[in-house]
Design a protein around this ligand. Structure first.
Ligand code: FES
Length: 169
């Protein structure tokens, strides 16, 4: 998606395909409550913008939803599922919170970092992977676990991590 004009018609903010998806989410809520659609709308924009949210993109969404810019920034900066700078084609979120830690997430972190040659918050040189350290993802029963793009992988072992990553082309 190219950056958008921040003046003029609301219809000029995003292309038709994006507007259609945003409008579907906005229509899920009562008139005047478009702020409630903020999270799914951010997902829509992020997926159309190589997996991350630029400031102009968030400003345009604020205009589109008719909410203060700060409301968009508050949500986008709070959740680890949103990225505010460029990321790799695949994002790996490794949970290191208590349940996962007790079940060996530290060892998993070492293994992934060594395998990819990057630390938390970094992207591989080929732009394929970004590795993030995240708090509990609500899958403690499957600890240690990670989220790869939108897929949960549980009961990790180094071998399982190898198989998961080797499967990605
Ligand atoms: S602590 Fe890792 S998913 Fe809950």
């Amino acid at each position: 998606m190219t950056e958008m004009q921040l003046s003029g018609l609301r219809e000029d903010l995003f292309n038709e395909a994006v507007r259609q998806q945003l409008d579907e989410w906005i229509a899920q809520y009562p008139a005047g409550q478009s702020q409630s659609a903020l999270i799914p709308c951010l997902h829509v924009l992020q997926s159309h913008h190589d997996g991350w949210l630029s400031k102009p993109l968030m400003q345009a969404l604020a205009l589109y939803l008719d909410v203060p810019e700060i409301s968009v920034y508050e949500v986008a900066t709070f959740y680890t599922m949103f990225d505010l700078s460029p990321v790799g084609r695949h994002k790996i979120c490794l949970c290191t919170n208590i349940s996962c830690q007790l079940c060996g997430s530290e060892k998993m972190a070492e293994h992934i970092q060594k395998k990819l040659g990057i630390g938390f918050g970094e992207t591989t040189q080929d732009g394929k992977y970004t590795l993030a350290e995240v708090e509990c993802l609500g899958a403690c029963v499957g600890a240690p676990m990670l989220l790869l793009d939108r897929q949960y992988h549980e009961h990790l072992t180094p071998e399982k991590i190898d198989a998961i990553l080797d499967e990605i082309t």
